[in-house]
Design a binder for this molecule. Structure first.
Ligand code: 3EB
Length: 359
């Protein structure tokens, strides 16, 4: 048994349609919160704290729509601010931020003349806004990005919207002087939500650059061939961040992809098993990169994106067969960025989590 120090970062999945979801100690150290689903927020949160709603319902065990919030807390005094559409909270070590942009603001004649789609421009603007905040507040390292894109599989302007997003994201990295392949590319998820603005949120840090982890079973996403779009997606498979004395693992959205190909098309149970094999491979890689960390699949906290709500029972059965009953799993109704994928799983480890069922 490896003795693991507590990390100065805590994630909780809780309901904010309850009066007092968080212990008051965590409350004063809250960096920000994301709300999934439509329930009203009645919880008292610190004034000015970022609280961003995503049109992506949480799913209860049988697949019925529900709500949940993802709440990030640090250690020590927090400051809050906004820069235009970007809301953030930070302490000495960590910055949480979220930006929402409506594509309609980018639907201009000038954009059309520039040959860029509104979603591509919104994506580029979201990323340049994030990177300029990182420069301003001196948080050089992104630990993880999350991207939620309405109607992600729809085609417009002659291209699938996920591919448009990939072009805009890469434009934003390049315009901000950031590398788009290799060890400095952050971990991420990109999935489809219900109609609404583009949402990008992130955690960033100071100190040591996080270790970027790739999956030996998969081609690096930034090296995908052009059959998946004119610009490759800009993300690494996982990152390990050293926070205080602890190592925190962020696994990117992971799906039933081996090499660069989608496997088990139409078979959601087999897709879950392949995804778990990918997660197992990445946990091994993470332990090779950070041998002192002792990451295990059992100790991860999972967020599962489900294309069809009716698949939740099958997905839950597969996860129960592979993981202990105590494993913390949040299900969300989301489209996966490839049409042929039914499920995508992300996970984090290394910091204590509070879960809805703990209430
Ligand atoms: C994949 O492996 C599945 O574009 O940021 C997973 C995680 C996926 C992140 C992203 C996409 C992204 O290609 C899709």
């Amino acid at each position: 048994m490896i003795d693991v120090a507590p990390a100065p970062l805590k994630c909780a999945y809780l309901r904010l349609d309850r009066a007092t979801p968080l212990a008051s100690a965590s409350q004063s150290e809250l960096l920000g919160a994301m709300c999934f689903g439509a329930a009203p927020v009645t919880a008292a949160l610190p004034a000015g704290a970022p609280l961003v709603r995503v049109p992506m319902p949480a799913l209860a065990a049988a697949g019925a729509e529900d709500c949940a919030s993802e709440i990030w807390c640090g250690k020590g005094e927090v400051r809050y601010g906004t820069r235009g559409p970007l809301a953030f909270g930070y302490n000495r070590d960590l910055l949480f931020g979220a930006v929402q942009l409506h594509e309609t603001s980018f639907d201009t004649a000038a954009a059309a003349r520039a040959g860029k789609t509104p979603l591509q421009l919104a994506s580029e603007a979201a990323y340049t806004a994030v990177f300029s905040l990182l420069d301003e507040l001196a948080f050089p390292h992104v630990l993880r990005f999350w991207n939620y894109i309405a109607d992600i599989n729809a085609e417009s302007h002659g291209m699938e919207r996920y591919r448009q997003f990939n072009m805009g994201r890469q434009d934003g990295f390049l315009a901000s002087g950031r590398a788009v392949r290799g060890e400095v590319v952050p971990a991420a998820s990109a999935v489809g939500c219900d109609p609404g603005p583009l949402t990008v949120y992130f955690l960033a840090g100071r100190g040591q650059r996080p270790l970027a982890i790739e999956n030996p079973r998969q081609v690096s996403a930034y090296d995908y061939p052009s059959q998946y779009g004119p610009r490759a997606p800009t993300f690494s498979r996982a990152s390990v961040a050293r926070l205080g004395e602890a190592d925190v693992l962020f696994l990117s959205g992971t799906a039933s992809i081996v090499g660069h190909q989608s496997l088990h098309v139409g078979d959601v149970a087999a897709q879950v098993r392949e995804t778990l094999a990918n997660i197992d491979a990445m946990v091994r890689e993470a332990n090779r990169a950070a041998p002192q960390a002792g990451f295990t699949m059992e100790a991860l906290c999972y967020k599962v994106y489900v294309r069809r709500a009716s698949d939740v029972p099958v997905i839950a059965r597969e996860l129960r067969a592979a993981l202990p009953a105590s494993t913390r799993i949040l299900y969300l109704r989301a489209d996966i960025c490839r049409q042929d994928l039914l499920v995508e799983i992300e996970a984090t480890a290394g910091h204590p989590m509070q879960f809805m069922a703990d209430e």
